[in-house]
Design a protein around this ligand. Structure first.
Ligand code: NAD
Ligand code: GLY
Length: 381
């Protein structure tokens, strides 16, 4: 069960607790100025030996990893800092090996804690590194992008990409906790804000009609990055995701898979772009393709597709692949790659498709012909 509690000062703290994960339950703390207080949160997990702070170059250059290190040092922690190059290309086995080698060199042991400070790349990579090192050390999430705050930091899916398959190697490894600082979003470039909105739109369109209606009505505020609204969105998305993760932590019952609207297309678009198309944009574009596929299959209608396109346009989300990718994309390769996606079983195409605003379902065994029909190409071209 998800429980939440807001302290007297509305701008201060909100706690969301994932209580139904047996001993793996944890709190999500949302508030202003949280980064400077991280020591208080980490000290709850004493005893530990060293605390590793993992960040990327942008996060370091914005001063966020330093803030975390200062707060941890203030509580007397022995801190080791690991900084990697920013970008999806770093979410690789090679980067993990480099980090594990550094750990060995400085004597990180089984009783250490890894703190991921950054976007989804740092969260997924840090969790992967932690889950495998000495067969598992504890880790803590400090998400600093909108995408990571609304999605990737919650739920314990951690992993790295292979060049031909996104998120293909990984674990379910729940964090000790998630500490969200609303202030850090102020430095987030517009393009990364839009990426976060890609996942927000996913929740709204496929899972929560109330959230969709609210965002549709307040599109101008969303676009203007209204801070009150962003706090509401982060809280709402964490609750939606937390509830689903509690119901189906290991994606076994058909519930958690519904978090993947647009993702079968998105993962392949990321691969064919050689990971230059950011995940959040790929999800936004992928969900429009999924909506069109649903209409093609008669699961939803054209009005749904038009409404989603209008919604994306109103909040600055893309609806089509960037021109350079659109003109070069090889749809046969796209379909081949989709048949290797993690969610595919026995090579049969499987999608999460919308039925109406706020609802979706898994559709198995989709005929590749239906995907070609979306592209205006024939299966033989
Ligand atoms: P990212 O981690 O690459 O961050 C995007 C960019 O923003 C990077 O350049 C980063 O350095 C910079 N940045 C981070 N915080 C900043 C800040 N406060 N101010 C300025 N710049 C900042 O990408 P992302 O969009 O956060 O995450 C995408 C990744 O998340 C993908 O790999 C995707 O597969 C993964 N993901 C995982 C899950 C999950 O459940 N594990 C869910 C969704 C997405
Ligand atoms: N991002 C999909 C999941 O966490 O299940």
């Amino acid at each position: 069960m998800i429980s939440d509690e807001t302290s007297d000062n509305v701008l201060s703290q909100l706690h969301i607790s994932l209580c139904d994960l047996n001993q793996r339950g944890y709190d999500i703390e949302i508030g202003s100025g949280n980064l400077e207080r991280i020591g208080l949160f980490i000290s709850r997990f004493k005893p530990y030996s060293q605390v590793v702070v993992l960040a990327d170059t942008n996060v370091r250059d914005n001063g966020y990893s330093d803030m975390v290190v200062r707060s941890l040092t203030d509580i007397g922690a022995d801190v080791f800092v690991e900084v990697i190059r920013s970008g999806e290309q770093s979410k690789s086995v090679e980067t993990a090996i480099k980090i594990w080698s550094d750990f060995l060199e400085v004597g990180i042991d089984r009783n250490s804690i890894l703190v991921s400070v950054g976007g989804g790349v740092i969260g997924d990579l840090g969790g992967f590194v932690a889950a495998a090192y000495t067969r598992g050390i504890r880790f803590f999430q400090v998400p600093t992008t909108l995408l990571a705050q609304v999605d990737s930091s919650v739920g314990g899916k951690v992993g790295v990409d292979l060049p031909q398959a996104k998120n293909m190697v990984g674990f379910f490894h729940q964090p000790l906790g998630v500490l969200i600082d609303s202030d850090v979003l102020k430095t987030l470039p517009d393009i990364e804000y839009v990426c976060g909105l890609g996942e927000v739109a996913k929740y709204a369109v496929s899972l929560d009609a109330e959230l969709f209606n609210m965002l549709e009505t307040n599109a101008d505020k969303v676009k203007a990055r209204d801070s009150e609204l962003i706090r509401f969105i982060v809280t709402k998305c964490c609750k939606i995701k937390g509830q689903i993760v509690e119901e189906d932590e290991f994606e076994k019952t058909g519930k958690r898979v519904l978090l993947n609207y647009g993702h079968t297309f998105a993962h392949v678009f990321e691969i064919v772009s050689k990971f230059t198309l950011p995940h959040g944009q790929a999800v936004a574009i992928g969900s429009i393709y999924a909506a069109k596929l649903a209409a093609e299959l008669g699961i939803t209608d054209k009005n749904f597709v038009d409404r989603q396109i209008k919604f994306h346009n109103s909040i600055g989300l893309p609806v089509e692949l960037p021109e350079e990718l659109f003109v070069t994309i090889n749809w046969k390769e796209v379909i081949d790659l989709m048949q290797h996606d993690k969610k595919t079983e026995s090579g049969k195409l499987r999608f999460v498709l919308p039925t109406k605003i706020g609802q979706c379902k898994v559709v198995n065994n989709v005929d590749p012909k239906n995907i070609y029909n979306l592209t205006g190409l024939s299966q033989n071209s």
